[in-house]
Design a protein around this ligand. Structure first.
Ligand code: 13P
Length: 262
């Protein structure tokens, strides 16, 4: 039996908070969280690129336990790719986690499974941890294609990745119809798909990797629904959008153990 997986709750700020707002938000979050919160949950924040250096400096100078993340990167180390940011640049800022293949990047910027796979490898190759996203649209769910879609995204995203690397990764299951809509998946549906993701990881990278990989649920996570989601066997954390922008609300999510489930 594998050791218990450490929960991980991540705030994906998307295109919100300039660097001044980001500093305020992280300072407030730091005051809301205590040592017990940090020892029981890994907390990562993923600000826009322009905020990263400010947040790095803040976190390091005040010895905060909040972990710095990014939202995307390019797969090449450098080159003529106007507007892109390379993984080594993020590593230099002590970024630890990088979201890869978010559904908004796939939908609005045309990211393919093959590109997601290249990004996963670039993040790992630079000593950081990918949070690789997968998830189905409402049409796909209604057509009974949700499992197949997620399976394809996980298989192609992890193609050629070392088992030890898969074991240390985070995979975020985010049903697209639940993102920013206030419609959260039922905890049973979220659990079923996260269990499916773990089964696919076992097929791709073996039982040990499947037992260790951490799987987040994302999509309208709020203080009121987090405890129920976190009580599910295969849900190890959450990728939080809107509710991570305000420090009090995000702290309440991180402190889900204090909530009464029901
Ligand atoms: P919301 O929490 O705003 O639904 O966003 C989820 C998400 O996309 C996190 O990556």
């Amino acid at each position: 039996m594998a050791a218990k997986r450490q929960p991980i709750i991540s705030g994906n700020w998307k295109m919100h908070h300039n660097h001044f707002e980001a500093i305020q938000c992280v300072q407030k979050l730091h005051y809301r969280l205590d040592g017990d919160d940090h020892s029981s949950v890994d907390v990562t924040v993923h600000p826009p690129f322009t905020d990263l250096r400010s947040i790095q400096t803040l976190v390091e100078s005040d010895k905060m336990q909040i972990v710095l993340g990014a939202q995307n990167c390019h797969w090449e180390e450098k080159g003529a790719f106007t507007g892109e940011v390379a993984a080594p640049f993020l590593a230099k800022l002590n970024v630890a986690f990088v979201i890869v293949g978010h559904s908004e990047r796939r939908e609005y910027f045309g990211e393919t499974d093959e590109q997601v796979n290249l990004k996963v490898k670039a993040v790992l190759g630079n000593g950081m941890t990918p949070i690789m996203c997968c998830g189905e649209t409402l049409e796909e769910r209604e057509a009974g294609q949700a499992e197949a879609k997620v399976e394809r995204q996980v298989r192609e995203g992890l193609a050629g990745v070392l088992k030890e690397h898969v074991a240390a990764m985070v995979i975020a299951y985010e049903p697209i119809w639940a993102i920013g809509t206030g419609k959260v998946a039922t905890s049973d549906d979220a659990q079923a798909m996260c269990a499916h993701v773990r089964k696919v990881v076992a097929e791709v990278a073996g039982a040990d990797a499947a037992a260790s990989v951490r799987i987040q649920y994302g999509g309208s996570v709020k203080p009121g629904n987090i405890a129920e989601l976190m009580s599910q066997a295969d849900i190890d954390g959450a990728l939080v959008g809107g509710a991570s922008l305000e420090a009090d609300e995000f702290a309440a999510i991180v402190q889900y153990r204090n909530h009464v489930t029901g």
